[in-house]
Design a protein around this ligand. Structure first.
Ligand SMILES: [Zn+2]
Ligand SMILES: [Zn+2]
Length: 309
């Protein structure tokens, strides 16, 4: 990120803004830049996913491709942890792609593919997450500002996504009756797209795979992502002193090693395009944030973060 919060890609995009957009240009840049430039970007984006998912269902149907897992089997229980891990990694990769952390040639495709699997789609993830970094821990403008209770925080964060997208749109294009009406139409397109995406996975997997893998992986995968957001903004402190922190002890030590350093979130907010903030290079990125210890959760009067030895 360059000084003033403008990333290199953003500068390049703004320079290119005078040229007519091409499919290639659109695919090589992050969605929030198109969102700010093109009033119809997001409705077209979701409409494309709607048509694409419908086309995939048609292919499965007309090619008579059988459902992969039509029945419930006991071995699914043993396979479920691997499916859940895969879902979580897809969320992590959408996050990395949101910051342009993959090589440019594959960044957008990784974001789109993983966003499809976790259902959110890349653009909404990226637009909302860009707001999280821009307005971190602002109780009004951060898409998921901290609340002391994890479940309360998770519920508000997930149900807030649609509101955040609308707010982001009205901030850029103006809070007018016309724009609110446009957003209502866009929301209908987005909800219909969610429905078709889910229908695709049902047709692909069949009732057994849908119930045993797809549904629980979506619920638990998203709960995991929200927990990570909560705990790395100092949710355990419960003193209102919410800010991005690095944690690396207990379970979080393991989590950092199997989930690409996600709990080193203080570092992540310093340099968001570092793929794995566990491997921090002080010489390149500046001094790392201190590691705080979340255990045991301190009593109210002792809640200052304890630096790791
Ligand atoms: Zn954060
Ligand atoms: Zn981020």
């Amino acid at each position: 990120m360059a000084p003033g919060g403008v990333c290199k890609e953003e500068i390049g995009f703004m320079a290119a803004a005078t040229r007519p957009p091409s499919w290639f240009t659109s695919f090589g840049t992050l969605p929030h830049l198109h969102f700010r430039r093109d009033k119809n970007f997001y409705r077209r984006y979701d409409a494309k996913w709607f048509v694409f998912s419908l086309a995939l269902i048609a292919v499965l149907h007309f090619a008579k491709i059988p459902m992969l897992l039509p029945e419930l089997k006991l071995w699914y229980l043993a396979a479920f942890p691997a499916v859940l891990y895969f879902h979580i990694v897809c969320s992590l990769f959408v996050h990395n792609a949101s910051h342009g952390s993959f090589p440019r040639a594959i960044n957008r495709i990784m974001g789109e593919l993983c966003g499809f699997i976790v259902l959110s789609r890349f653009a909404s993830w990226q637009i909302v997450h860009e707001r999280h970094h821009r307005y971190s821990d602002d109780q009004v403008k951060d898409p998921h500002p901290l609340l002391p209770g994890y479940f309360e925080f998770t519920w508000r964060g997930i149900t807030n996504v649609e509101k955040q997208l609308q707010t982001a749109y009205l901030e850029v294009y103006g809070d007018t009756e016309e724009n609110r009406a446009r957003e209502r139409t866009r929301a209908m397109i987005s909800f219909s797209t969610n429905f078709v995406l889910i229908a695709f996975f049902y047709r692909l997997l069949g009732p057994g795979g849908f119930v045993a893998f797809f549904l629980p992986a979506q619920v638990l995968g998203w709960m995991f992502v929200m927990h990570f957001n909560w705990v790395t903004h100092n949710g355990l402190a419960k003193d209102g002193n919410y800010h991005p922190v690095n944690i690396d002890s207990g379970y979080y030590w393991l989590g950092n090693r199997i989930f690409f350093g996600i709990y080193m979130h203080g570092n992540h907010h310093k340099r968001s395009n570092v793929f794995n903030p566990l491997f921090w290079d002080d010489a390149k990125f500046g001094k790392a944030d201190p590691v705080v210890k979340p255990y045991p959760v301190p009593k109210l009067e002792e809640q200052d973060a304890v630096p790791a030895e």
